[in-house]
Design a protein around this ligand. Structure first.
Ligand code: BGP
Length: 465
């Protein structure tokens, strides 16, 4: 059967500044630079983000490679710690402006629509150490100043902006589960950081509207759907709790303009409500978006707790536990994480029926492999057919959802060129191009050719075995 997508569909890939640019000619450090300096053993292979893909030097080549595989759009992020030279005065780094201008202009000249994200996990270390990052409302306002600078500098050409990538992840990693700096374990503080991030997002949207640019603004959320093991009420309730904490916490205020009442009462009972003002709440609940991006990798499987909760601080897991679904499919190259393409359909249905069918795009879908499983290139091309087959399965679900009315306008693969990924560094490969870590050469993979043919044919022939 032919799986088809609209003619003007956005096809491309996503990445971020920290994960690709390298630190060349960068005055300030992000928390990632600092954390690697202080605890390098946490990072897979002991590899930092100092060089990564060297996109800072090779952006022209990269844009040419985007064009070669038919990409018509690309998301990356501006690094706050690159653009701003002085966090007290707000002074802009002219070299950074030159770089981002050239990068953006090269994309546009090659028919690649730039989508620019403002924050991809990369708090400047100075703001983290001095104020506690998004623990502080001072940093909220500094973020908005930085965002306005971006709009003013690049808003004449960038037509799609995103405020945050997966805003809940730095909350989880930095304040609950120890995988982002500052690696604190404090549930109440986590709630404050989540709230302040939401405030930064909403104030940014408000400032964006004030500038009246001919552009759209949205945000990128990891809307991992939650599944449970059976129809028993206590298990279904556990799944609802997980959804409340991990999805609805950001999605409801940002898209529906309301805080989920259940979440508010749970946090009140735990004495974990954030410090807020009525004026801030007004701002948060009145910042409508033009679109959202949805990142999806693996489903979440939870059930009611079968054991006592043992941590001495609050985390969402007070209300559920994870389990592994027997008979499910797993990706051996991504820590045996579950593969569940129908989750894409479920996400689309949720947005369609519960979130006003807001315009959205699949901003990250990624199939992890490792170098060994991808193997050596054959005639100069890496054979990642495993990835192609799984991407197709996910796209079949998306096409089905669109036929049912989903308001989806594009798909971005994670990622374009294999990039550095936080503590996982280069453990998992996801790109349309392989990065040779030694030479930094970009080596084509079959999936890039596959994308090109999808774009040319507005879809693909699918063999449903
Ligand atoms: C997403 C992040 C990306 C990227 C990706 C892959 O959640 O937005 O920044 O890191 O996950 O992550 P990993 O390499 O850990 O599988």
């Amino acid at each position: 059967m032919k799986v088809t997508f609209p003619k003007d569909f956005m096809w491309g890939a996503a990445t971020s500044g920290v994960q690709t640019e390298g630190n060349f000619e960068k005055t300030n450090k992000s928390i990632w630079d600092y954390w690697f300096e202080t605890e390098p053993e946490r990072f897979w292979g002991g590899i930092s983000s100092a060089e990564v893909c060297e996109t800072y030097q090779r952006y022209e080549e990269d844009v040419r490679l985007m064009k070669e595989i038919g990409m018509n759009s690309f998301r990356t992020s501006i690094q706050w710690s690159r653009l701003i030279k002085n966090f007290e005065t707000g002074e802009i780094d002219e070299q950074a402006v030159r770089f981002y201008n050239q990068y953006i202009d090269a994309m546009i000249a090659n028919g690649v629509e730039p989508m620019i994200n403002l924050y991809h996990f990369d708090m400047p270390i100075e703001l983290q150490e001095q104020y506690g990052g998004f623990e502080s409302k001072i940093v909220v306002d500094k973020f908005v100043e930085y965002a306005v600078a971006c709009f003013q500098l690049f808003g004449d050409r960038v037509k799609y902006w995103a405020t945050f990538n997966e805003p809940i992840v730095p909350v989880e990693g930095g304040y609950l589960y120890d995988f982002h700096y500052p690696a604190k374990k404090d549930g109440k503080l986590a709630v404050q950081v989540a709230y302040n991030t939401m405030l930064a997002h909403a104030k940014t949207v408000q400032a964006f509207r004030g500038l009246q640019l001919e552009a759209e603004i949205g945000t990128i959320l990891n809307l991992t759907p939650t599944y449970t093991c059976d129809e028993q009420p206590h298990n279904k309730l556990a799944a609802e709790y997980a959804d409340l904490f991990f999805n609805r916490s950001f999605l409801d205020p940002m898209v529906k303009g309301e805080f989920p009442a259940e979440l508010v009462s749970i946090l009140r009972a735990l004495h974990a409500l954030p410090e807020y003002t009525e004026a801030e709440i007004e701002i948060i609940l009145n910042a409508p978006l033009d679109f959202i991006g949805v990142n999806y990798y693996v489903p979440r499987r939870v059930r009611a707790r079968t054991t006592a909760y043992e941590l001495d601080y609050f985390t969402p897991e007070m209300f559920f536990e994870y389990y592994i679904e027997e008979g499910a499919r797993f990706n051996p190259f991504r820590d045996n994480n579950e593969i569940k393409p129908v989750a894409i359909y479920d996400i689309a249905q949720n947005i369609q029926h519960n979130y006003g069918n807001i315009k959205w795009f699949l901003s990250e879908i990624g199939i992890a492999m490792d170098l060994e499983s991808e193997g050596a290139p054959i005639d100069g091309v890496v054979d990642d057919s495993f990835r192609i087959a799984l991407l197709e399965e996910h796209l079949v679900q998306l096409a089905k959802a669109m036929e049912a009315g989903a308001n989806c306008f594009g798909v971005h693969n994670w990622t374009f060129i294999d990039c550095w990924s936080w503590l996982n560094s280069f453990k998992r490969r996801y790109g349309f191009y392989r990065l040779d870590l030694e030479t930094k050469n970009r080596i084509p993979k079959k999936s890039g050719q596959w994308l090109k043919s999808i774009v040319e044919n507005q879809g693909f022939e699918y063999n449903d075995k």
